[in-house]
Write a protein that binds this ligand. Structure first.
Ligand code: KIV
Ligand code: ZN
Length: 535
């Protein structure tokens, strides 16, 4: 359909109406991405990510798995009610109760989608589902049909497709098409396949599944062998037209396919991929990456393609010389195209509220009035300490505000001292509701001492699994951002803290993580553990 602009959003367009070279970007940051250990997001954070995804220009947001918990249901429902110009999908196992929940959760969306799945490999059939191929086929027919009774947009996924028998997969997908599926998804659930194999599988299905041309063929890869992006791109080259991705590649185990890698590979190598395009506004990639990393606490490695801090840094003199003479000698993409330029100067202490609001809108952040007022007050405090407030600062600031907004523990005051004479000491006062609790600590350094003091004040025993500090921007007055992961038994939580002082940022991050740890259903207070009968 030639009159559909290349950057048109796919919401509301039937599969057959899409231009042949348009690749649908299905973002599952809020579902598969959120399944990353310790990455749990609050309801407000999920809305913030959803807004950023809309601004980024993805076509489909998989907002969650409504049957998994009341919290997931509510998150999908509120994203469906708010997000516009995008398809909102809810995941459901191929069982009636899940599909009903997903249908209820997405029904307020402008363009609702039910995404139902069942595993098709013999390994899963035998050991997990304990069913036969025949029974599974009947279930596909029944459940895809059931999903279609709620919406015209039904995606069917054959979980573990790449380890399934190819001929059986053909039959499964035929049944799904006959029952009304509009998107057929081929997941590489355990990251097992290779690019050539994935391409061959897509071609095999295209040649044999009757009616597949009326559906969008989708691909969903995991990165266990580091091939998620390569496998996804191979599928596109073989005819897949939906890519399931997450921002920064976050997700179960080694993660999912990274949105930024696929989008930029398609954009940079249009010559190779037959002109395939997406509707992603690439200049939003870096701000969105920062937002997701800030909110999930999942740090982006420095050498990560596109969004890593070093992705466009040239260390070797010969490279620097080349880039100065002609950028394309050593750069295949312009950093400004993916939003690195936006991380430069934006605001100062004389910037007014209107400028502040419009700068936030420019970087894809939408806040309600109360959130905006709070963010503006924090911005003024920051602008007093920091001459140049950049987009990166704002993303960190808003991310921190949303992340800590619902925390039960608050830092009231702290003190830490260190000298050559002995270990560091610290004292802290922490508020929980109206009550204040004090604690003292001694440690190897001020951060360690402060953490001991916080543990004493809160009584929350835990192991510190991960601690990372980084400057949000270069410069002496930069804000320090600390990310922390803590564990107590099976409960895991992450927190991040932001301050111009890294010791304070550390205390804030630690308290944020402990606040979340306490509300993790797997968390048991030490006295509860001690009271349990032994053995
Ligand atoms: O990895 C997987 O198979 C999935 C499906 C639910 C699509 O996430
Ligand atoms: Zn997955």
């Amino acid at each position: 359909m030639a009159d559909v602009p290349a950057d048109a959003n796919v919401a509301g367009l039937a599969a057959g109406n899409l231009p042949a070279d348009r690749v649908i970007v299905f973002d599952t940051t809020l579902r598969d991405g959120e399944q990353s250990p310790g990455a749990t997001l609050t309801a407000d954070e999920k809305l913030e990510v959803a807004d950023a995804l809309v601004a980024l220009g993805v076509d489909v947001i998989e907002a969650g798995f409504p049957a998994a918990s009341p919290g997931d249901f509510e998150a999908v429902r509120s994203i469906a009610a708010r997000a516009r110009g995008v398809v909102v999908a809810g995941l459901a196992r191929a069982v009636e109760s899940d599909i009903e929940r997903a249908a209820q959760a997405v029904k307020g969306a402008e363009s609702p989608r039910i995404h139902t799945f069942i595993a098709t490999s013999d390994i899963h059939l035998t050991h997990k589902l304990r069913t036969t191929r025949e029974a599974l086929l009947d279930r596909v027919t029944a459940m895809v049909g059931f999903a279609r009774s709620f919406t015209d947009d039904v995606e069917f996924s054959a979980e573990d497709a790449t380890r399934s028998d190819w001929d059986f997969l053909v039959t499964v997908f035929k049944r799904a098409v006959e029952a009304g599926a509009t998107t057929l998804n081929v997941p590489d659930t355990v990251g097992y396949t290779t690019p050539d194999e994935m391409a061959a599988l897509i071609r095999y299905l295209r040649e044999r599944v009757a009616g597949i041309d009326r559906c969008v063929i989708s691909v969903h890869c995991h990165d266990d062998l580091g091939m998620a992006t390569a496998n996804t791109l191979a599928a596109v080259a073989a005819g897949a037209r939906q890519v399931e991705v997450t921002v920064n590649g976050i997700g179960e185990r080694a993660g999912n396919t990274a949105l930024e890698e696929v989008v930029m590979a398609l954009g940079t190598r249009r010559d190779f991929f037959g002109g395939a395009t997406t509707g992603v506004r690439t200049e939003r990639i870096v701000p969105t990456s920062r937002l997701v990393s800030g909110l999930t606490g999942l740090q982006v490695q420095a050498n990560k393609a596109i969004v890593g801090a070093n992705a466009f840094a040239h260390e070797a003199g010969i490279h620097q010389d080349g880039v100065l003479k002609e950028r394309t000698t050593y750069e295949i993409m312009d950093p400004s195209v993916v939003g690195w330029e936006g991380t430069k100067l934006v605001l100062g202490k004389h910037s007014g509220r209107a400028g502040f609001r419009s700068t936030l809108a420019d970087i894809g952040i939408r806040l309600d009035q109360a959130q905006l007022d709070q963010a503006y007050s924090r911005f003024l405090v920051l602008a007093d300490r920091k001459q140049r407030v950049t987009a990166a600062d704002l993303v960190a600031l808003v991310g921190d505000q949303l992340a800590t907004g619902q925390d039960t523990l608050r830092l009231v005051r702290w003190n830490a001292s260190l000298g050559s004479a002995g270990p560091a000491t610290a004292s802290v006062v922490v508020a929980r509701g109206d009550a204040e609790h004090g604690g003292d600590g001694v440690g190897n350094g001020p951060v360690d001492a402060l953490f001991q003091a916080i543990e004493a004040a809160t009584g929350i025993e835990n192991e510190l699994e991960h601690y990372h500090v980084e400057a949000v921007t270069p410069g002496e007055d930069a804000q320090g951002q600390v990310r922390i992961r803590v564990r107590a038994g099976d409960a895991v939580a992450t927190g991040h803290g932001l301050a111009t002082d890294i010791v304070e940022a550390s205390a804030r991050a630690y308290l944020a993580a402990l606040s979340r740890l306490e509300v993790d259903p797997a968390y048991r207070r030490p006295e509860a553990v001690a009271a349990e009968p032994a053995g």
